[in-house]
Design a protein around this ligand. Structure first.
Ligand code: FES
Ligand SMILES: [Fe+2]
Length: 383
């Protein structure tokens, strides 16, 4: 163990090396990307049961501020109460199923009123008033509320789990918690956002971001002069994963003194199933890939910055952040272009399987995790 200079605690070389990924080459049937039965199982068995970071806390800073979050065919209200606590609930009126709240905003009155027959709900989703109350069965109204969604605050985001969580958020994150927690993201600020829609399965998008050797081809003019893509070190944080990617050093620049690779390299994490954190010690880009159907996805990205580093002026730091974000947007656009194109040949008679090499070990592990989860719900004959 070596002491880190920044007070983040000693770096444990042995524990770091223990999780090095050594996946052999593998293959994956092409149908895994476009089969609607597989897709349905991924939604219900994975997305509905995983902890997902969905909304920057900057959008929920004040009491009575709320966000209507809609992905995966779900509509969820995430709201901050007068006591400062977040609540999340399915955005469906319990009378006859109207969509209760239409847009994100600030609920000044503290009451949401259903646009159909006027049931009233408080900021936590509990029914507070029922028109024609006497005409209902009282037993049906007793304690009536919208179904609760589990919600937690971590690393500047509201995380939700759409069905009763089998694990706490900390249990779900497992080894990702200390590895990504190292960056101190609670002190960072979400400053930029963008999104891309693509005609391609969500897993093809996640695959694309979990290996580096497309860099000299897809990103020959944006990234390949900056990162040492051949030297990526892959780590297994099941069901999550990470890699460190060294940066090219300017000529004459001194070698890094901190033994922790995160202090001098890009720390690139997959929070299973669909979120990437691409971290520098001072800032990061984060993006989530959401399925819109078996063959369509949207990628939502955020630029997140830490406090101004010591020795740098605030405006210099702001200008650097601006340049970094513009660079990321161009890199992501290059990926989106290739990915959108890949979705167009899913039905080709020539697309039979994917090959993953050793450098694509994170993809092998990702698909194995998906297989293990959904094989419990899909009949063996269908696979
Ligand atoms: S559906 Fe909401 S009050 Fe009737
Ligand atoms: Fe890329």
């Amino acid at each position: 163990m070596t002491n880190a200079p920044d007070g983040r605690g000693p770096f444990d070389h042995a524990a770091w090396d223990e999780r090095s990924m050594r996946e052999p080459p593998s293959v994956l049937d092409a149908a895994r990307y476009s089969d609607p039965v597989q897709h349905r199982a991924e939604i219900t068995e994975i997305f509905h049961r995983s902890w997902l970071p969905v909304v920057p806390l900057a959008d929920l800073a004040e009491p009575r501020q709320y966000v209507v979050w809609e992905q995966l065919g779900q509509s969820v209200v995430i709201a901050r109460g007068d006591d400062g606590r977040l609540s999340a609930w399915h955005n469906v009126c319990q009378h006859r199923g109207a969509r209760l709240v239409r847009e994100s905003g600030r609920c000044h009155s503290g009451t949401f009123r259903c646009p159909w027959h006027g049931f009233a709900y408080d900021i936590t989703g509990c029914v507070t008033n029922v028109p024609l109350r006497d005409s209902f069965d009282p037993a049906e109204l007793d304690g009536l509320r919208t179904p609760v969604v589990a919600v937690r605050e971590l690393w500047g985001f509201a995380w939700i789990c759409l069905t009763a969580p089998a694990q706490t958020l900390e249990e779900y994150l497992g080894p990702l918690l200390p590895d990504l927690g190292w960056y101190g993201l609670d002190a960072f600020e979400t400053r930029y956002r963008a999104q891309w829609r693509m005609q391609v399965n969500w897993k093809t998008v996640v695959d694309a971001f979990n290996e580096t050797w497309h860099v000299p081809f897809t990103h020959k003019d944006t990234l390949s002069g900056i990162v040492l893509w051949r030297d990526a070190h892959l780590r297994d944080l099941s069901p999550h994963s990470m890699m460190t990617i060294p940066l090219k050093r300017r000529e004459g620049a001194p070698p890094p003194t901190d033994p922790d690779p995160r202090a001098s390299m890009i720390g690139h994490f997959l929070a299973f199933p669909n979120t990437i954190f691409s971290c520098f010690p001072t800032h990061l880009q984060m993006w989530s890939v959401w399925p819109l159907g078996p063959r369509e996805s949207v990628m939502r990205a955020w630029g997140i910055v830490g406090p101004t580093p010591s020795g740098m002026a605030d405006d210099e730091w702001a200008a650097r952040n601006e340049r970094d974000w513009e660079h990321f947007v161009e890199v992501a656009r290059q990926d989106a272009e290739v990915l959108d194109d890949a979705g167009r040949v899913y039905d080709s008679l020539g697309f039979r399987r994917n090959m993953f090499n050793v450098a694509e070990g994170r993809l092998t592990a990702f698909h194995r995790t998906i297989d293990e989860i959904i094989s419990k719900s899909l009949p063996a004959a269908g696979r």
